[in-house]
Design a protein around this ligand. Structure first.
Ligand code: ZN
Length: 253
């Protein structure tokens, strides 16, 4: 990216003194913009934790990269049609479009996933809030709460994962492990808590609730979502989550 930036500066000077046509500056600027988009995508690819806003930025960057490559391929196509270049000479730019399309598809899929995680986290935050205001009898309609030993460690999670895989021959479907950028953006403390995408009454959910109870591990089994949410029923392992209090937020927690 530094190289692209230096090139823009050098080309700007040369365009300024008339050595190069203005078109060359546009090209160098497009290369710089592309390098910046690539850097953004690389960060997103290696950083596993994204907020919805950051995920949406990756889609925009991937779209710009795709559009630039389509434009180049279209221009070459015109040259092929006019007989200026051979068809084989545009193979590389067609491959570039293919790669950029895959990159864009990946960004869209990833953003969709982050949105789902946010919907689930927001749903759980709302259910936790409702539980704190309801009578015990009303609470039971939303969730079953088992306090167990009160804490849930990484070793406990490992035990649950091994037992689940042994029983069902597939990995435990974890939808949120501990805290994420999405939870933080909602002001929701989910550290040391793990959500499992199982409804409490499907066979795997029934088995999990029994296993957790037998091992004194705390959980919430959410039976229903808040009114407008489709995804909601799940099993939250660990103590109840809390909202970050203002002081904890300010101290960077
Ligand atoms: Zn949870």
């Amino acid at each position: 990216m530094l190289r692209a930036r230096m090139k823009v500066d050098r080309v700007r000077l040369m365009v300024g003194n008339g050595t190069l046509p203005k078109m060359k500056l546009d090209e160098a600027e497009a290369d710089l913009a592309d390098a910046m988009d690539e850097a953004l995508l690389t960060r997103a690819l290696y950083g596993k934790d994204l907020t919805v806003e950051q995920a949406a930025e990756t889609v925009a960057a991937a779209k710009r990269r795709l559009d630039r490559r389509k434009k180049i391929a279209d221009e070459q196509k015109k040259l092929v049609d006019m007989g200026v270049i051979a068809k084989t000479e545009m193979t590389a730019s067609v491959d570039d479009v293919g790669r950029a399309q895959k990159e864009y598809d990946w960004a869209v899929t990833r953003t969709e996933l982050v949105r789902q995680i946010e919907a689930m986290a927001a749903n759980e935050a709302e259910l936790m809030r409702q539980l704190s205001t309801l009578s015990p009898m009303e609470s039971r309609k939303i969730a079953e709460y088992y306090p167990g030993k009160g804490s849930f460690s990484p070793a406990d999670l490992h035990r649950v994962e091994v037992a689940f895989a042994g029983r069902f021959g597939k990995p435990l479907p974890i939808s949120a492990n501990g805290e994420s950028a999405v939870h933080r953006s909602l002001g929701f403390d989910h550290r040391g808590r793990v959500d499992v995408a199982l409804t409490p009454d499907q066979p795997e959910g029934v088995w999990l609730r029994h296993f957790l109870t037998a091992n004194h591990l705390p959980f919430f089994a959410f039976r229903r979502a808040i009114a407008h949410q489709a995804t909601g029923a799940h099993i939250h392992m660990g103590p109840p989550s809390t909202r970050y209090v203002a002081s904890a937020m300010n101290s960077g927690g």
